[in-house]
Design a protein around this ligand. Structure first.
Ligand code: ADP
Ligand code: MG
Length: 511
């Protein structure tokens, strides 16, 4: 099954100068369960969104036939040499800038030696001693909690390994080297998280940032964002305890489950007097448990040394500044602006900024609306009805077949009192079904709101006259019957009566 398809040509290597950016420090706080403090640090492997591999020209496309994207270099054929992919370096720099990191003047590649069939060279090229980024941080926020900074120790660039396939045959294992040499950024946090919820929020936030700056697709199902979770417990004030590393977690939900299981396991062990051994564990999504895989290696075990085939990466100020200019508005800045500019609540702003495309669509709709101050209502319709529709239909925001401006039009029809909010839901349902303009749907279905005082008054008088018993009860104090009269009026107006007018006229007639 193993086959090397193409030999790829090497491109130019480059050497340049660099600039340092001042690091920012953040404080660490938090507390854990039953007098235990939980300590979590995450290593996130994010596939750098390049078209070709880190040191060869093989494509990185997902889902191709096994071993169809393997050059002689990727298969570690003797005599082949690595050629650094410049785009991968630029995207790692961009990522470093977006997490407030220091872009290092000089970084270099090291060989991490270990034997495994999916690693044909017998070593992985990574950056141990001089990573490209140091000392960043991102902020996270949990409902009802203060904003917390999670420090990021480093980002280094490395190659992915291939994949062993054990379930195709009872006798043999197979190797697919398509992933071998795919560029990764390993984003290593400090042990700053204090609960599984914080760890989940950290990965979510990181994912939002990487998607904003388009340096990683962050599709966890396709494996292009994977998390190794390190976790230990201690009594507050004690030094850090031995940590366990849970490898290769590929969903945020599983991350939470794996950590919760491990927290409980470690607390039970410690309370019954056992020590926690430093080891690597695997999470089994089927059982929700972690199990031991191997005792943890230390970096000595890998016999790291500088890769003699690759010169250091030296960056110029110019190159870094050019990349800084390409950074668009980041999620935190967008959130603050949405709150200031549109008067949104922090919670609504959070939901809208999580996906850059949603945020873009929201602003497009606000611009299309003819009313100042319609932004909050537009936000409600996007977060409420539109998201419910997307959930139900399985569509993403990109898949909707009507222009987002239709939401603005719908909101404008409510604000200019052409339709009530209730009728608007009917119009919305029709709109997503036939992708037609709200105004056209309102006209075609005759849904224009009844605003005529005399029409509503006639109807209301009829209802009052036909229900003497209810009127009697209402007048003798059964105030909740008011809703009955409103309901009856709306029914005979086919739901189109202006709710304020209906209420006002009924109060006049009954009170
Ligand atoms: P390695 O590269 O061998 O996995 P590192 O020392 O670089 O080890 O740490 C990897 C991750 O483990 C980092 O994210 C760090 O924050 C986290 N970590 C280190 N010590 C602890 C600890 N005692 N408890 C929890 N996490 C830890
Ligand atoms: Mg590690």
């Amino acid at each position: 099954m193993s086959k090397v398809s193409t030999l790829h040509k090497v491109a130019n290597q480059y050497f340049v100068d660099e600039l340092n950016q001042s690091p920012a420090a953040c404080s660490v706080a938090g507390s854990g369960d039953d007098g235990w403090e939980i300590v979590i640090g995450l290593e996130v492997h994010a596939q750098i969104a390049t078209k070709s591999k880190l040191f060869s020209c093989s494509p990185t496309e997902f889902g191709s036939d096994p071993n169809s994207q393997v050059s002689f270099y990727d298969a570690a054929m003797p005599g082949t040499l690595p050629v650094l992919n410049r785009a991968a370096v630029d995207l790692a720099i961009k990522t470093g800038l977006s997490i407030n990191g220091t872009i290092n003047k000089m970084s270099q590649f090291d060989r991490k030696n270990y034997f495994y069939p999916d690693l044909p060279a017998g070593y992985q090229i990574s950056q141990l001693y001089f990573p490209i980024v140091s000392n960043g941080y991102i902020s996270i926020e949990l409902p009802g909690c203060e904003v917390r900074c999670i420090n990021i120790e480093r980002i280094h660039i490395e190659q992915d390994a291939g994949k062993s396939i054990h379930d195709l045959s009872p006798e043999s294992s197979y190797i697919d080297l398509n992933r071998a040499g795919v560029p990764l950024m390993e984003i290593v946090s400090k042990p700053d998280m204090r609960s599984s919820a914080e760890a989940m929020q950290y990965v979510k936030k990181l994912r939002t940032i990487l998607r904003y700056i388009e340096t990683c697709d962050c599709n966890m199902e396709k494996g292009n964002l994977r998390v190794d979770a390190n976790i230990s417990i201690r009594r507050p004030g004690d030094p850090f305890g031995n940590r366990v590393e849970i490898k290769n977690i590929n969903s945020i939900k599983f991350l939470g489950q794996a950590l919760d299981y491990e927290i409980e396991r470690q607390i039970i062990a410690r309370e019954s007097g056992e020590d926690i051994v430093q080891e690597t564990r695997l999470f089994d999504a089927g059982t929700g448990k972690t199990r031991s895989m191997r005792t943890k290696e230390n970096s000595d075990d890998y016999r790291y040394f500088q890769d003699p085939d690759l010169r250091p990466i030296i960056l110029t100020d110019e190159r870094i500044e050019k990349i800084r200019l390409e950074l668009s508005e980041l999620p935190d800045a967008k959130k603050t602006r949405f709150i200031d500019e549109y008067g949104l609540s922090a919670a609504d702003a959070d939901v809208l900024i999580e996906d850059k495309i949603v945020a873009l669509n929201f602003e497009k709709a606000v611009k299309a609306s003819g009313f100042d101050g319609s932004a909050k209502l537009i936000a409600n319709w996007i977060i409420g009805e539109l998201f419910a529709f997307l959930n139900k239909s399985g569509y993403g925001i990109d898949d909707i077949k009507f222009p987002i401006e239709y939401i603005a039009e719908l909101v404008d029809l409510i604000l200019d009192k052409t339709i009530s909010g209730k009728i608007a839901k009917t119009v919305f349902a029709r709109m997503v079904e036939i992708n037609e303009k709200p105004s056209k749907i309102v006209a075609d279905l005759g849904l224009v709101q009844v605003m005529d005082d005399s029409v509503i008054r006639d109807v209301a008088q009829g209802i009052v006259a036909n229900n003497p018993d209810q009127v009697e009860k209402y007048k003798s104090g059964k105030a909740q019957l008011f809703g009955f009269f409103v309901g009856q009026c709306m029914k005979s107006l086919q739901g189109k009566g202006n709710p304020e007018l209906v209420n006002q006229i009924l109060h006049e007639l009954l009170d």
